[in-house]
Design a protein around this ligand. Structure first.
Ligand code: C2E
Ligand code: CA
Ligand code: CA
Ligand code: CA
Length: 279
């Protein structure tokens, strides 16, 4: 028992030390990584529930380190948020995404809608954030009908007024807003009545494991509620044919998950879109 405890403590301190190391490393190398363009955009296609074509994609950032390692966002976003540096990263991502949209426009391909994540950090200064965002949207002459911004349910709950303020500004420019990770927090149902979200993205935890009878009933009722309130429904974390078939049958508007595509790099995404359009 005593040994177990000691081992447990060792494992704990080791993990802590590792986390601290990573944190220090992230802070130390972030600025130069931005300058060296080590942050790269991955795209995860969103699939139409009508015909399973690619309708849009969520942009997900990765950090490609000089040693070749690729870090996922959960290794560095929270550190950057705590230190007030996430703004620089988010705007880097938005700008790269807009540049990609411009390159697509120049090839005269049919536009693809992009979903971009908004860190809760930005709710401290919604005027500053929206001004900066609209400035770069103007700079690249982006057609805002092809943009969706995702705000997590938990961020909404902690910043209702700021989020509602931000949504009304962005709506004036025809930018759509999605509630991400819906149903993952302690909210939930009453948040649907007073908010101006255009899309609701149902958290992937609803699809964990195989779909039980009760799981199906819960999803059916959520869909029913969302449809009656006029929201577009997206499900993330679709990993199996069983889940996809069920969601399509129930009228889910868009599906996102490993069953269709993992997050893929820009080139692969362009190929995937081309493939789908040929078919
Ligand atoms: P999220 O917005 O909830 O993104 C969905 C996450 O689920 C992504 O993880 C994606 O790779 C993963 N995923 C997609 N399909 C499946 C599936 O079928 N099964 C499972 N198990 N997972 C799936 P990722 O890329 O590691 O991103 C994690 C989080 O980091 C995102 O969660 C988002 O909150 C944040 N993030 C990513 N990019 C950005 C960014 O540019 N800015 C900000 N502020 N946050 C970002
Ligand atoms: Ca998201
Ligand atoms: Ca999500
Ligand atoms: Ca999430």
């Amino acid at each position: 028992k005593a040994k177990e405890q000691v081992d447990g403590i060792c494992a704990y301190t080791e993990e802590l030390a590792h986390a601290e190391l990573l944190r220090a490393d992230v802070l130390h190398s972030f600025q130069s990584a931005l300058e060296k363009e080590e942050f790269i955009l991955y795209f995860q296609p969103k699939i139409s529930g009508m015909d399973e074509s690619i309708t849009s994609a969520e942009v997900l950032v990765r950090w490609q380190r000089s040693d070749g390692a690729i870090l996922g966002p959960n290794k560095f976003i929270s550190v950057l948020e705590e230190c007030g540096k996430v703004e620089a990263l988010d705007f880097y991502v938005y700008e790269k995404a807009f540049q990609w949209m411009v390159s697509q426009r120049e090839c005269r391909t049919q536009p693809v809608t992009l979903s971009l994540n908004i860190s809760p950090f930005h709710f401290r200064d919604i005027e500053g954030f929206t001004k900066k965002l609209l400035d770069i949207i103007n700079k690249y002459e982006i057609d805002t009908r092809y943009l969706i911004f995702e705000i997590t349910e938990s961020a909404y709950i902690r910043n209702r007024d700021a989020v509602n303020g931000m949504i009304s500004i962005l709506h004036a420019y025809h930018i759509r807003i999605s509630m991400d990770d819906f149903g993952s927090g302690y909210s939930s149902l009453n948040t649907l009545k007073d908010i101006a979200f255009d899309e609701v993205k149902i958290d992937k935890s609803f699809l964990d494991g195989s779909l039980t009878e009760k799981g199906r009933i819960v999803l059916q009722e959520i869909f029913h509620l969302l449809k009656r309130t006029g929201k577009s429904i997206v499900c993330e974390g679709v990993e199996t044919k069983e889940a996809a078939d069920f969601l399509i049958q129930e009228g889910c508007d868009e599906l996102q998950g490993y069953y269709y595509y993992r997050p893929i790099c820009m080139r692969e995404f362009e190929e995937a879109v081309k493939e789908k359009r040929k078919a």
